[in-house]
Ligand binder design. Structure first.
Ligand SMILES: [Zn+2]
Ligand SMILES: [Zn+2]
Length: 321
């Protein structure tokens, strides 16, 4: 299911099975999660998008051929970070997520909205066995970018999550298992999403236009809405952090300096490193996380994207070829 031009529905194309090439694995796709970034690719909201492109960067696949790191038949995960140069100042400093020449799956490189995908084996992950194929898919971006955002949010106990979708529903379970309190902010009036958050253990759930009952230590924004930045700054206490977990966001409106005053911080999170992925997947192997997924046949990718766009999902959408 490929994007041929921004703003157009994905098209069901017949293309040759990719050739793995040196150091790369060919996988048969078992499941591929649908992420908000796929919507940004389909809508042409990211710089340097090439078309046509096969989106999808939460790929759970079975190795068919190629590479040395995995055996034929191994189940692997292919994430957003598809390749880095290893030479630039960021790579050398351990910040490969910021690599100047990084290539991303489902954006620069063809992704997993397909029956087969190929990837550089160095960037693939082994997956914890406890998770089914569809259940493992959301761990690969919603889970591990959420986890990187969580690390950026610091150690505070009271954590706000703006936008309670795929990433938040995974992260809330991890945070609660670590003794944090979750405050869930949804679209105003979205009673179903608020009930979903409470069912997963949030101590409070309300609209994003509301303030929490207690000032927060930190807030993470998963909703791609710039207007939530000043809103979240109002909700965090002095020294608090507001972490923007998405790759794209509408413009942030201007706001009084008083909202930032008191050493509050606003920070973005870009991509992932392989170390993030390993740390999170190790944690997922020992912390039982129940990913709530809605599966769609591969050729229904447009329906899955529409459900994500319109906020009709509880948890994550996953395509199954
Ligand atoms: Zn680099
Ligand atoms: Zn993603």
């Amino acid at each position: 299911m490929r994007v041929h031009a921004p703003g157009k529905p994905l098209a069901l194309d017949e293309v040759p099975v990719p050739q793995p090439g040196p150091g790369r694995v060919l996988v048969k796709v078992l499941a591929c999660g649908v992420c908000r970034t796929d919507l940004h690719v389909a809508d042409g909201e990211l710089a340097d998008c090439r078309y046509p492109v096969t989106p999808g960067h939460e790929i759970v696949g079975r190795v068919e051929a190629g590479g040395r790191r995995f055996a034929e038949g191994d189940r692997v995960g292919i994430p957003w970070l598809g390749w880095t140069c290893g030479e630039c100042e960021f790579c050398r400093a351990g910040h490969e997520n910021l690599c100047a020449r990084a290539l991303f799956t489902g954006y620069h490189l063809d992704g997993g909205f397909a029956e087969f995908a190929a990837a550089d084996e160095r960037f693939c992950f082994a997956l914890p066995e406890a998770y089914g194929d569809a259940e493992a898919a959301p761990l690969l971006c919603a889970g591990l970018i959420g986890y990187r955002s969580y690390a950026m949010a610091g150690e505070g106990r009271r954590l706000g999550l703006y936008g309670f979708g795929a990433a938040a529903h995974v992260l809330a379970q991890v945070a609660i298992a670590q003794g944090r309190e979750i405050y869930a902010f949804t679209r105003p009036g979205d009673a179903a999403a608020q009930a979903f958050a409470k069912r997963l253990g949030a101590v409070w759930a309300g609209g994003s236009d509301e303030l929490p009952p207690e000032p927060l230590d930190a807030a993470i924004l998963f909703a791609p809405v710039g207007a939530l930045v000043p809103q979240a700054l109002k909700a965090v206490k002095k020294g608090g952090r507001v972490v923007c977990g998405g790759i794209h966001m509408s413009d942030i409106p201007s706001f009084p300096y008083a909202l930032l005053w008191g050493e509050r911080r606003v920070q973005s999170v870009a991509n992932l490193t392989r170390a993030d992925g390993k740390a999170f997947l190790d944690l997922a192997a020992t912390t039982p996380i129940r990913t709530e997924v809605k599966t769609y046949p591969l050729e229904h990718a447009n329906e899955a994207l529409a459900d994500l766009r319109d906020g009709r999902l509880e948890g994550a959408a996953v395509l199954v070829p």
